[in-house]
Design a protein around this ligand. Structure first.
Ligand code: NAD
Length: 357
């Protein structure tokens, strides 16, 4: 049972990767806790609700349904969920169990962080993306019309329960999108993980349990390590944004409708690989290895009609731009990245053009 300790100033907790842990969820709800409010979506509950009901057994629990979807990840939904919690007996001793994809872990975590000024949350992520990324690290949030995740909190969970078995029901496109976040972890910090993904694409694509469990465990190890070193993204945590700078620009440019987050990150990783090569941060072989690995899990949705100049212009408005300077996480070699700022804009444009080509 691989278990990874996340140690932050606010809290110390485990992220556990184990098939079947869903059935033992009650063990992670403290004896003294009151009602557990399970925040989930109807599709996930249809698939796993009975199991969760059974797992929570005699523990008092209530289910709160959230419609899901990026457009519903909004403050008014949080208010509605909080009101429902209050009406159904929610109080200071209550706990939120966020059970679903990254949207649910973000919204459920945010709800827990503000309900009665903060109650604990147990994260049980059910998509690959949420298991390797969103569910761990305590970042919560909702969207504004003006941009994604512009309202949010840091609220570290009581624990993160990761059951790779639930991925068997995940839609192929969602699974693949999650694979790109796994690949990101390989590029930034784990040559071994990168080798697994580049070398065993059939097993990875077929969701072979051994490959899936290794990918998740290694990703969770990395995320736990990085968050423990830098909870608030002052420094090291920024490496997790590899591929995200240009990825966010692509998502925004296409109104968040054409690309799943992981797909946009895949494109962003290609742009970062080209930029790394052009800026002399990595060699051509490293750049090509990243492009080839992304291609193994492609193709990405068509990129036609997207102007490189528009993407470059959007970078300046990114939430992660500091004092007007765009910071890029660039590959040095597989397993190592460097944060670089102040790059020549024509070089950035050239890298984006190369990724679009
Ligand atoms: P999602 O939450 O929309 O889930 C994708 C779809 O899969 C949904 O329809 C969901 O209901 C369904 N689903 C979930 N689990 C399933 C299962 N086991 N079987 C079948 N269907 C299942 O999307 P996502 O990609 O998981 O998350 C995206 C969100 O995560 C974005 O809003 C992004 O901002 C956020 N995110 C947050 C962080 C963070 O650190 N907080 C990091 C990365 C991404």
């Amino acid at each position: 049972m691989p278990s990874f300790l996340v140690e932050t100033v606010a809290r110390r907790y485990e992220a556990i990767v184990e098939r079947g842990i869903l059935d033992r969820a009650a063990a992670y709800i403290p004896e003294r806790a009151g009602t557990a409010f399970v925040v989930t979506t109807a599709d996930v509950w249809r698939l796993y609700g009975e199991r969760v009901d059974r797992a929570l057994g005699a523990r008092k629990h209530e289910v709160l349904f959230f419609a899901g979807g990026e457009e519903r990840k909004r403050l008014d939904e949080v208010e509605r969920l909080a009101a429902e919690m209050a009406a159904r007996g929610g109080e200071r001793s209550s706990m939120v169990v966020a059970f679903g994809g990254g949207i649910v872990t973000d919204v459920g975590g945010f709800l827990a962080s503000v309900f009665m000024r903060g109650i604990p949350v147990l994260q049980i992520p059910t998509t690959l993306l949420a298991q390797v990324d969103a569910g761990i690290g305590g970042k919560t949030g909702v969207n504004l019309r003006e941009g994604k995740n512009l309202i949010g909190t840091f609220h570290q969970p009581a624990a993160v329960l990761i059951d790779p078995g639930v991925l068997s029901t995940l839609a192929a496109r969602e699974y693949t999108a999650g694979l790109f976040e796994v690949l990101k972890h390989g590029v930034i910090r784990s040559p071994e993980l990168f080798r697994l993904m580049a070398g065993q694409p059939e097993a990875v694509r077929a969701r072979a349990p051994e490959a899936v469990d290794r990918m998740i465990a290694e990703s969770v190890r990395i995320k736990a390590e990085v968050v423990s070193a830098d909870e608030r993204e002052g420094d090291l945590r920024r490496i997790l944004n590899f591929g995200h700078t240009v990825g966010h620009a692509l998502e925004a440019e296409t109104d968040y409708t054409r690309f799943l987050h992981g797909e946009a990150v895949a494109f962003g990783m290609c742009a970062a690989a080209h930029l790394g090569r052009l800026a002399g941060v990595c060699n051509a072989a490293t750049c090509q290895a990243i492009l080839d690995a992304v291609a193994l899990y492609g193709p990405l949705p068509p990129l036609d009609g997207i102007a490189a100049g528009n993407l470059a212009a959007r970078l300046r408005g990114d939430k992660k731009t500091v004092h007007g300077k765009v910071h890029f996480v660039l590959p040095v070699e597989i397993g190592a990245v460097r944060i670089v700022s102040g790059l020549d804009e024509t070089m950035v444009l050239e890298a984006i053009q190369a990724a679009l080509a």
